[in-house]
Write a protein that binds this ligand. Sequence first.
Ligand code: HEC
Length: 173
Amino acid sequence: MTNETLSPALCGAAHRLRLAQRLASAAFALGMLAWSGGAPAHGDVTPQAVDTRALPQLGKDWRAENPYRKHDAAIKIGASAYNQNCARCHGLEAISGGIAPDLRKLENDCATLRDAVKKSACVKEVDEFFAGKVRRGVTRNGAVYMPPFEAMLTQEAVWAIKAYLETRREKKL
Ligand code: HEC
C-alpha cells in the first residue's frame, strides 16, 4: 500500500504505526543486546566445556608448571573459560566481590621476591596449587566451597585460565 491511496488521516496513522514498529524493534534489539551482554556480565552462566583445540596439546600427564604463559591464544581462550566457569564466584575480570578469593592476588607473595630463582620457584608452586584447587575443588566438613572441575575442564583449559589470570595480576612479577 502506498501513501497516495490513503486519506491524510490514515496516512498519518500509518506513519505513526511504522514509527512505533521501528521504535519497538529498536527497543527489542537493544533489549537483546543488553540481555546477551548481561549474562556474561554477571558471570552467571552454566559451566561450560572449553574448546582448546587451537592450543598446543599437552597430553595426559599434568604439567607442574603453566606451559601457556604469555601465550596469546591461550589467554584469549582462558578469558572466556574464566567467564564461563569461575567469574560467578571469583568475579568478572577476576575482581572478587568477596565471596571467593581474589585470584589477581595469587602470586603477590612471589612478586615481592627479589631473587629470580626463588621467584620462578614461587610461581611454579602457585601453578601446582592452582591446578590442584581447580581440579579437585574445595570441600570442608561436607560443604562444597568450590566444585571440582576435573571432569569439566581439560588440562589445556585449566592452564589457559591460569594464563589469563596472569594478565590480571595485582602485583607485576
Ligand atoms: C561456586 C563458587 C566457585 C566457583 C564456580 C569457582 N570457585 Fe574457586 N573458590 C571458591 C571459594 C569459595 C574458594 C575458597 C575456598 C576455601 O575456603 O579454601 C575458592 C578457591 C579457589 C582457589 C584457591 C585460592 C586461594 O587463594 O586459596 C583457586 C586457585 C580457585 N578457587 C580457582 C578457581 C577457578 C580457576 C575457577 C573456575 C574454573 C573457580 N575457582 C571456580 C569458589 C568458587
